[in-house]
Design a protein around this ligand. Structure first.
Ligand code: SF4
Length: 188
């Protein structure tokens, strides 16, 4: 058995579990968040479940027909056409932001998921995921803050990138924009 990853000592000492990506390995849509939340994925082991952000994302997926769940509070929803993951796989102490070193440490896991799933659409939630996507998919730095980037669509070498604010900070109107943009991209 492979030993659990301890590349980020502060996260390895704090996390309850390593939260790997979750969902449909044949997904057209890859959703990338920031890190497992202390009250959510760090507890459930499944990205975007168990806390308010998770419920908002799961409700979004249910509305798009990408989840067979009957309740957005379910901790292990059956997903189809979507795969959920994070820039870092371990919960930072106090839900703090991941450091650049921690993001870099975890980047190979995310790159491996991207290579295995080969999604047509990548949607990022929050600035850390957007920053990763701009570097990994567009080979450039973020051109603006998240408020300006929310709902924007970017051609990304045969894929489409959609940048969204994190559901922990999104308004109801911003969540509606996210749903509309995803619906449009998945219909295309
Ligand atoms: S965040 Fe990623 S690289 Fe860092 S300890 Fe967890 S699994 Fe390893």
């Amino acid at each position: 058995m492979t030993a659990p990853c301890t590349l980020c000592p502060a996260l390895a000492a704090h996390r309850r579990c390593i939260v790997q990506g979750y969902g449909d390995p044949q997904a057209r849509l890859l959703i990338v968040g920031e890190a497992p939340g202390h009250l959510g994925a760090d507890r459930t082991g499944v990205p975007f479940t168990g806390d308010r952000s998770g419920r908002r994302v799961q409700a979004l997926l249910m509305g798009l027909g990408l989840s067979e769940a009957t309740d957005p509070a379910m901790n292990a929803p059956r997903l189809r056409g979507v795969f959920l993951t994070n820039v870092v796989r371990c919960n930072p102490p106090g839900n703090r932001n991941p450091t650049p070193v921690e993001v870099a440490n975890c980047a190979p896991y995310l790159a491996a998921e991207l290579a295995a799933i080969r999604p047509q659409v990548v949607a990022t939630l929050g600035i850390f995921a957007a920053r990763w996507a701009f570097r990994a998919l567009l080979d450039r730095e973020l051109p603006a803050g998240m408020r300006a980037l929310h709902g924007q669509v970017w051609p990304a070498g045969g894929r489409t990138l959609l940048t969204l604010v994190h559901p922990a900070r999104a308004s109801t109107a911003q969540m509606a924009t996210a749903a509309a943009q995803l619906q449009m991209l998945l219909a295309g």
